[in-house]
Design a protein around this ligand. Sequence first.
Ligand SMILES: Nc1nc2c(ncn2[C@@H]2O[C@H](COP(=O)(O)OP(=O)(O)OP(=O)(O)O)[C@@H](O)[C@H]2O)c(=O)[nH]1
Ligand SMILES: [Mg+2]
Length: 349
Amino acid sequence: VQNNGLLEGIRNRRVPALAKAISLVENGRDGYEALLSALHPHVGRAHRIGITGPPGAGKSTLAEQLTRAYRALDLTVAVIAVDPTSPFSGGALLGDRIRMSSVALDSGVYIRSMAARGALGGLATSTREVCDVLDAFGFDRIIIETVGVGQSELKIAANADTSVLVLVPESGDGIQVLKAGVMEIADIFIVNKADRTGAEALMQEVDVMLGLRQGDARTHVAPHHAPSLLGSQTESPPSHVESVVWVPRILGTVAVRGEGVPELIEALQDHYSHLQASGELHTRRRERLERHTRDVVDRTLSTLVWQEGDGERILADGMDGVVKGVTSPYRLAQDIVAGVRRGGFSDEQ
Ligand SMILES: Nc1nc2c(ncn2[C@@H]2O[C@H](COP(=O)(O)OP(=O)(O)OP(=O)(O)O)[C@@H](O)[C@H]2O)c(=O)[nH]1
Ligand SMILES: [Mg+2]
């Protein structure tokens, strides 16, 4: 209720309201969940594109090129640069990580950086919530640039509709990166800096790895996904088998020169069409909303215990006993949770 002005501002596409709303959400200040809740009916129009890859691979350069290409198509674009390794938001380092000067002054473009900074509920959750605000505001495309290819980066990338993995020949990280599990989430593979030697070899390497994965996938395709000779389509929603499995694309780009960018735009559109046609867009979003609801529950419980409840005090008081073996971590945890069971929830609401 107290953020009614913000809600209205966002509905009327006013940028200052957008900036305020994002700060509110990012910092988890009073009323942020109520605001997100009110925005929820307006979320779901944007195509969310995750760009992941090792430091210096050319993710920002690519994001800038994509942004320019989308603007030329009269689409609005929001770019979020997420750095899970940095505790600072909007600092010099992040500023440097998203040099996007050619689009920074365009009113159809919004650029924002985010960092870990102990976001309660985790960076992936708050990134998702910031994306929701941008989506509700009406951006056509939301590009999420994430540095690194570890577990936390993967969690962030998993919130995108389409995941793009950017690799470069010189780092020789082709296979290593693929081992880390990023491969599983990538819909489009980019070998950037294709002007350097080794690009061709890396593309082939990725192709071989994908071939193995495809072979794997095919053996796991359940029989009911196969086209029925009897023409009974009632049990499997997708109407033709091509749209059931997305075959990941491998593209070479020279981001600094914009080479390969039209092909990337096309691949992104193809993937989005595939998601829509196969029903996977719906499925993925439903899964994400369920996961998000669970995350919010965890965050709420955690706040009730540690921020609003007596958890910290009970923990401090009980630790000596745990160390001496007079009580156990389990008994102490029960005491901490019991406080919430009695107090917080039902009494307050
Ligand atoms: N030769 C060559 N250099 C490129 C290419 N694309 C980007 N670069 C250069 O690579 C450097 C890093 O590019 P960025 O776009 O900042 O890379 P990034 O992945 O966003 O980097 P971080 O955000 O720091 O992880 C810059 O100096 C770019 O000019 C390319 O296709 N070829
Ligand atoms: Mg960058």
